[in-house]
Design a protein around this ligand. Structure first.
Ligand code: ANZ
Length: 942
């Protein structure tokens, strides 16, 4: 009887569903509970396209670990859900007028169906959807907590805003001290406790806004007119929106932001505590971008104002030949002289439409304008011109640089462009690129000694930096400073399909709702577009207002960004139906961090930074007792598509096969990969694929089978799996054709999990053949209930050892080969031992759970194999108990003979001398001496 995967897979999927096999229990109070293990996949955004074979790669790996850990006796949390708010659903809504809630639901159903087919062991009773009001009630609640908190530099953690109010009430605020502001830049003026108490509520709220972790402020944002929304820095790639590739410009707008920058240092330091890949940690480190240096004030000529710069290279201060301000710098309008006004304004206009990234990336295109103003050098008192240039970013440091063209390449390019002086102050010896005694490019190395630098002359760069900072502080012209590149996270989107921000406005002052008013349900609107006056779509909602005793107030109309719901979802899975808290504290104490998190590395500076930030905040507030969301993280590689290519002879409807294509002038065309098997095109399907190919003709490879007509061979290209390239392979189709177990094993077999690799179905038949062979091993002979033979035990325990080690180190591809070898060896020795085959069923169950259940049942066990204890390797069976001795005569090896290692001299001698070959060699003579070196050699002296 052949293996019928269709029947088997259906049978067990139904069984699991009906018996709630994968339901995970929360700990019971007062009981000793099983140890826990939390394994999580990044939840998908349910797009209209459904899953392709690349998506399940990580899900299969995590499922193997989840199943394995259950076998090992852990209480395993392995949930799945949907990140269901977001732009694509909304774009679709705009195009078709359909409610995104409806299309999202439809997409989710399709995802669920696809996931179920692959036999994942998710506890579906814990499913969450970020767009579900029961869920986003708590996303909104976390927003309220952020709004009601500030980051206290005194205790170095977030605290309720009430503690700050208390400080204001008792001691007021001193703007020159950073006791309360820490690293936060603020324009807030000092006030006394007495003044604070006299402030109107509106004023108090405005002051507190400078401290709240969720705050409203007027900031420059990446505005994408085509999408009608603000985008986060990580959603802008190469100056255009990551989604859709639309132009992005800078715009000053009132925005909600989250003060992630308060956590910069902790986000950086705690990277040491987690087991994430080095490249991912490096990406976060760079994104946070810590740099230490100092601030320095330059006094303006003929003015009481000063320009403050941030520099990491105070050692070069005597090389400053101009100052560059960001075009947005607040002093620009004030200092620009009448003569320069027009040029400066034109330039500001030009710079406005360029994103930060463009500005940083375009080193070659140097632009700027002279303000007409001068500052005085703090040490030499020399007059130095002030320019504006958009290579200086307004949001970084102080938005102003002291330009040292000899030692900074951006300043060098600027000086060259505008003919400004270049003064060398570091002697880097031969490493400097010179022509006629002048530099041809900036010498940027932090190596060399100071020259032309007054009190720093002769010092090495690093010594000079230290001495320079000391001098600056002693002279009261600046101070030591640490800067982070990380920006606060903009939290409002001018879009419909997101969580409403639970805020209403009274006289332009925002007030938050209380928990009793949550969730603030996303209202229905007539269109998913901005209003005629440019307000976000929520402004269209009829009768959508906040009402209390004082009156009726308008709600905030922006919604939360796509990353809000995913910043805490791992906590909700622990306690998904809790109506009174986002997660019960005891339950969170039990499950703790995610032990193993699988997901793509593209989330390095988005989701993975935000989820760390929210975790730290919730920890600070005492809601959870851990500071990092995931102990270990694995980035699975991408599965690329293998596109299939046919070659059309130019000007005809004739297609030439791959090996013959050089004889013609052709154009390449990507065909649907589902019409191609082992590179051979199914011509009939191709003709039906598109009307214009119905009458297509073919030049075939005649020498290839099947004769006599030959075959059409396609060419291949490895590229992203996408509808655009016709190379999408759907997991449902693979399941229908080969079965889910085969898909699972094959995806693992493709290669190391972390590597990207092309999907190539050529090898899948091998895995499918293996499963059939496995089936036959259990189904050709009557199973026997006797003690296993040493040979059987050896094969079995070797497999136990190898598979256990493989899973422990996430090397899933090597396990698949081990299974193949094991099944071959057991087949060779005609194993029909019930004990051995029962154990093998457990071993394979994480990888191929359906067939494993069936084999487990057929070996006389009661379901389900998923609950069976993981077998333990007994090393004694692996010990070699026989040896293939080289048998020599007078030191020359004559033949080999396999003998048990525990035989004594007499037994060995008897066996060797009675062997046919030996008798032949001795020709009746008796040996003079018989030498045995145990486990090594036998030598017969004649
Ligand atoms: C003088 C100098 C001389 C600098 C020199 C560098 C080399 P990181 O390490 O990235 O923090 N800078 C400061 N603020 C800036 C802004 N808003 N936009 C663009 N550039 C800015 O870089 C710090 C250095 O970047 C600072 O040190 C400043 O240039 C520049 F030989 O000051 B430096």
């Amino acid at each position: 009887m052949e293996y019928n995967f269709k029947e088997t897979e259906k049978k067990w999927q139904l069984y699991w569903q009906q018996n709630h096999t994968y339901k995970t229990d929360n700990p019971e109070k007062g009981k000793t509970n099983k140890p826990k293990y939390y394994v999580l996949d990044m939840f998908p955004y349910p797009s209209g396209a459904g899953l392709h074979v690349g998506h399940p790669l990580g899900y299969i790996a995590s499922d193997i670990v989840a199943r394995y850990k259950r076998h090992c006796g852990f209480n395993v949390l392995h949930p799945m859900g949907y990140d269901s708010f977001g732009l694509p659903a909304e774009q679709y809504a705009i195009e078709t007028g359909q409610d995104p809630a409806v299309t999202t639901e439809k997409n989710i159903n399709r995802y669920r169906e696809q996931l179920e087919k692959i036999g994942f062991s998710y506890d579906w009773s814990r499913e969450i959807r970020t767009s579900n009001p029961d869920y986003y009630k708590w996303t909104q609640w976390i927003f309220l907590q952020l709004f009601d908190s500030w980051y206290s530099p005194i205790v170095n953690k977030a605290e309720p805003i009430a503690t700050l109010i208390h400080i204001f009430e008792t001691s007021g605020f001193e703007c020159t001290s950073n006791v309360l502001t820490g690293d936060i830049e603020t324009t807030l003026e000092s006030f006394t406790a007495h003044q604070w108490k006299s402030f109107a509520d509106e004023k108090k709220q405005a002051v507190l806004m400078h401290f709240r972790l969720a705050y409203l402020s007027e900031t420059y944002v990446n505005w994408c007119p085509a999408l009608g929304t603000v985008l986060a820095n990580d959603e802008v790639k190469d100056g255009v929106s990551e989604r859709g590739g639309h132009a992005v410009e800078r715009k000053l707008m009132w925005q909600w932001s989250l003060r992630i920058t308060a956590y910069s240092e902790r986000l950086l330091q705690d990277l040491h505590t987690i087991d994430w890949s080095d490249s991912l940690k490096e990406a976060q480190r760079n994104w946070i971008g810590k740099s230490s240096g100092c601030s320095l004030f330059f006094e303006l000529e003929n003015s009481a104002e000063k320009i403050e710069v941030f520099t990491t290279r105070i050692d070069t201060v005597f090389g400053v030949s101009f100052i560059t301000l960001a075009p947005e710098h607040e002093l620009v309008p004030m200092i620009t002289t009448a003569a320069c006004k027009e040029e400066v304004e034109t330039y500001i206009d030009f710079a406005k439409n360029r994103t930060e990234r463009e500005r940083m990336a375009e080193v070659k295109k140097v632009t700027g304008a002279f303000t007409g103003a001068y500052v005085l050098h703090p040490f030499t008192k020399e007059k130095i011109p002030v320019w504006i240039g958009d290579y200086v970013l307004s949001g970084y440091g102080t938005g102003a640089v002291m330009a040292v063209p000899a030692h900074d390449s951006r300043d060098f390019a600027f000086a060259t462009q505008f003919n400004l002086p270049i003064k060398m102050v570091i002697d880097g010896g031969e490493k400097m690129v010179m022509k006629d005694g002048t530099l041809t490019e900036a010498y940027e190395d932090k190596q060399g000694v100071c020259i032309n630098s007054d009190f720093m002359n002769g010092l090495h760069v690093l010594e000079a930096i230290e001495k320079g900072i000391n001098k600056v502080e002693a002279s009261n012209i600046g101070k030591q400073k640490i800067n982070y590149r990380l920006r606060d996270a903009i939290f409002g989107r001018q879009r419909y399909w997101g969580e409403p921000i639970p805020v209403y406005y009274k006289d332009n002052t925002p007030y938050t709702l209380t928990i009793n008013n949550l969730p603030l349900i996303l209202p229905q609107v007539d269109k998913y577009l901005p209003t005629e006056t440019g307000e976000p779509p929520l402004a269209r909602a009829a009768n959508w207002n906040y009402k209390n005793d004082e009156g009726t107030f308008a709600y905030e109309t922006t919604t939360m960004p796509g990353w809000a719901g995913s910043s805490w979802y791992y906590l909700r899975y622990m306690d998904p139906h809790n109506k009174t808290a986002f997660v019960d504290k005891d339950i969170a104490d039990y499950w703790q961090q995610v032990d193993l998190y699988f997901g793509g590395s593209e989330h390095a500076t988005g989701h993975l930074l935000y989820v760390r930030f929210w975790t730290k905040f919730l920890f600070d507030m005492g809601y959870i007792n851990f500071q990092e969301p995931a102990k270990k993280l694995i980035n699975q590689g991408m599965i690329q598509g293998t596109s299939a290519i046919v070659y059309r002879i130019v000007g005809t409807n004739k297609f030439v096969s791959f090996n013959l294509r050089d004889q013609y002038e052709t154009t390449a065309l990507r065909v649907d990969v589902n019409m191609v098997e082992n590179s051979v095109l199914d011509i009939e399907l191709f003709k039906k694929w598109r009307d214009d190919f119905a009458a297509a003709e073919f030049i075939l490879e005649k020498d290839k089978t099947p004769a006599p007509d030959g075959i059409y061979l396609c060419g291949h290209e490895v590229e992203k799996m996408s509808k655009r390239w016709n190379n999408v392979v759907n997991p449902d189709d693979v399941c229908d054709k080969f079965g889910a177990d085969c898909l699972r094993m094959y995806e693992m077999f493709l290669g190391p999990l972390e590597q990207s690799k092309p999907w190539n179905t050529n090898g899948i038949t091998g895995v499918s053949g293996f499963l059939r062979k496995l089936w036959r091993l259990y189904n050709t002979q009557q199973l026997v209930e006797i003690a296993p033979s040493p040979a059987e035990l050896k094969i079995l325990h070797r497999a136990i050892k190898k598979i256990t080690e493989d899973i422990e180190r996430f090397s899933f591809n090597t396990s698949v080969s081990t299974f193949m070898i094991t099944v071959n060896e057991l087949t060779d020795i005609k194993c029909n031992n019930r004990h051995v085959l029962t154990t093998l069923a457990i071993l394979i169950s994480p990888y191929a759970p359906h067939i494993a259940e069936e084999l487990w049942e057929r070996t006389g066990n009661t379901p389900t194999v998923t609950k069976a204890a993981w077998p333990v390797c007994d090393e004694q069976y692996l010990v070699e108990n026989s040896f293939e001795y080289p048998v020599s005569i007078n030191g020359k090896v004559k033949f080999k003979l396999n003998m048990p290692l525990n035989w004594n001299q007499q037994e060995v001698e008897q066996e060797v001398l009675s062997h046919e070959k030996m008798k032949e060699l001795l020709q009746g003579g008796a040996p003079k001496k018989f030498i045995l070196v145990q486990g090594r050699i036998v030598n017969v002296v004649i």
